[in-house]
Ligand binder design. Structure first.
Ligand code: ADP
Length: 511
């Protein structure tokens, strides 16, 4: 686009990035403390209260795992391991009960034996929309199912089943599994069960009014590894010789981004810092933020090579690249409306996590969301992110912004808050539903600021189908009063429940 627009004072020459009007350089004074992120987001094991707890802590493998270094051990799905020490967060020190090998195992690859989490049909950490996405995969036939904790009832569960009907093809039905006051569960009050496992077993034999008998559990996707291996569980400096750069993926603001491998086996993305472009400390700030904040909708940071130049930031590799490029390429252009809603939901969910942690991103845009297999979306580029204490963050004078994505109060008064991120999310929604169109087409950044101040908002596009309801949501993100903008929690639930097919959200089996 080329039009650069600054909000204040004098600033260094604009940095390259095609659709960004201006970029704010990181203030060098901000420090980010890195506390141990390993315990973040870990869910407590929910023991099925009707089963007796095992005396020794035996874990059962939910996936195959190949040892990555000398400290961890390999196992196959179904193998049993006894836990010797679990004080290392993500990595459990264990002994394999068949091979007798001792070493670390990744905690999210195993589940306590006899716990509900060890059941193939139990999906601990997914939402309704994610359940639908997984079940709709072509490999799943009618009757494929999963059970997940209810999002509305902390003691209840939901059963999601893939169904097929002639007039609407494949679709997912959801049933509430309600807890009984004195223990046990039911879907229909005339059939009660002591445990979830008994309930599931009964419905695998007889549909009892469900759309279909429960046929086979949905396949569980491999969990994200937060570290490259157990050696990196408490450090993040990676020996440079373990990283090989294979091909260039793109150019970042401060250097190139490469596809590479760790120890010639694990795929990684490596961000490099071009010498002399910015201070090492500022570059490492981004890494520190990524290491500290961990969520399945944020790109995972594996570590850094910071002992010599050029510095590397080693991240999880996202095979389909940035959302912006993806929306504009052949595959992205074919995305159905439902998939766009799913991406909006995922980005909202990552931002909901940041909102809960009081972290503002400040550069939320389609270019800063990455897409992986099955169109998994994750937020990246925390170069501008800041942890805030008083709901607001005011950058130094002379800062530069991606104007078309930045809320007016942030541009004019330098007031960044999670609500200015909500504004940017509204712009991202417009990029998404127009398959990567430049926001405010034909307008320069300076013109945009003037128009926004006068109350102008991007009109509903005529070139693409954007339902009125979604356009109204964008407008709510662009409310001139930041307080009136929705929360990310609201936006996530909005897109999660967005009724693409106008189906009733939940069905219960009639008594
Ligand atoms: P910068 O923050 O320095 O501007 P970006 O994070 O935007 O750099 O990365 C530039 C490009 O590199 C992205 O648009 C994307 O195509 C690619 N890229 C960055 N990180 C990854 C990753 N983790 N996986 C795959 N591709 C990536």
């Amino acid at each position: 686009m080329g039009n650069k627009c600054c909000c204040r004072g004098s600033e260094p020459p604009p940095l390259r990035k095609p659709e960004v009007d201006v970029i704010i350089p990181r203030p060098p004074h901000v420090t980010v403390t890195i506390d141990n992120p390993l315990h973040e987001n870990r869910q407590p094991v929910i023991e099925d209260r009707n089963r007796s707890a095992p005396k020794r802590r035996i874990m059962v493998a939910m996936y195959n795992y190949e040892a990555r270094d000398s400290q961890d051990i390999s196992f196959k799905k179904g193998d049993r391991m006894e836990i010797l020490d679990d004080s290392d967060g993500d990595w459990l020190n264990a002994v394999h009960l068949i091979t007798k090998e001792r070493g670390y195992i990744p905690g999210n690859y195993v589940a306590a034996e006899l716990s509900v989490e060890s059941e193939d049909w139990f999906f601990e950490n997914i939402s309704r929309k994610e359940a639908e996405k997984l079940l709709m995969s072509e490999e799943n036939s009618r009757g494929t199912f999963l059970v997940r904790p209810s999002e509305h009832n902390p003691t209840g569960y939901s059963l999601s089943v893939k169904d097929w009907e002639e007039y609407r093809g494949f679709h997912i039905k959801h049933y509430k599994i309600k807890p009984l006051d004195n223990g046990g569960y039911y879907i229909s009050t005339n059939k009660t069960f002591e445990t979830l496992a008994e309930l599931v077993t009964a419905y695998t034999k007889n549909a009892y009014g469900l759309c279909h008998v429960l046929a086979k559990p949905c396949k569980k996707p491999q969990p994200t590894m937060w570290d490259l291996g157990s050696t990196y569980r408490d450090k993040w400096e990676i020996p440079r010789m373990e990283i090989s750069l294979i091909r260039r993926l793109g150019r970042g603001n401060f250097g190139e981004v490469h596809y590479g491998k760790w120890k010639d086996s694990i795929e990684v993305a490596v961000k490099t810092l071009r010498e002399g472009t910015m201070s090492t400390a500022a570059f490492l700030e981004e890494a520190a933020i990524m290491k500290k904040f961990r969520h399945k909708r944020l790109v995972a940071l594996f570590g850094v090579c910071s002992e010599e130049e050029p510095i590397y930031i080693v991240q999880e590799y996202m095979s389909k690249g940035s959302l912006l490029d993806f929306l504009r390429n052949d595959e992205g252009k074919q995305l159905e409306f439902e998939e766009l809603v799913y991406i909006a939901f995922q980005v909202g969910s990552g931002m909901e996590y940041l909102e809960s942690k009081q972290l503002i991103h400040r550069d939320l845009a389609a270019r800063n969301v990455l897409i992986g297999e099955n169109n998994i979306a994750k937020i990246c580029d925390f170069g501008l992110a800041r942890v805030i204490e008083d709901n607001e963050y005011c950058p130094k004078q002379g800062s530069r912004f991606p104007v078309k994505w930045t809320a007016p109060e942030a541009i004019i008064y330098g007031k960044f808050s999670i609500k200015s991120d909500v504004w940017s999310y509204g712009i991202l929604l417009m990029e998404l539903f127009t398959y990567g169109q430049v926001p405010y087409p034909g307008l320069h950044g300076r013109e945009v600021i003037d128009l926004i101040e006068k109350g102008y908002r991007m009109p509903k596009p005529t070139s693409h189908h954007v339902p009125d309801e979604i356009y109204q949501t964008m407008l709510s993100c662009w409310d001139s009063n930041p307080e009136k903008r929705p929360t990310f929690e609201f936006l996530t639930h909005y897109f999660e429940g967005f009724n693409v097919t106008s189906e009733v959200p939940y069905r219960e089996v009639p008594d």
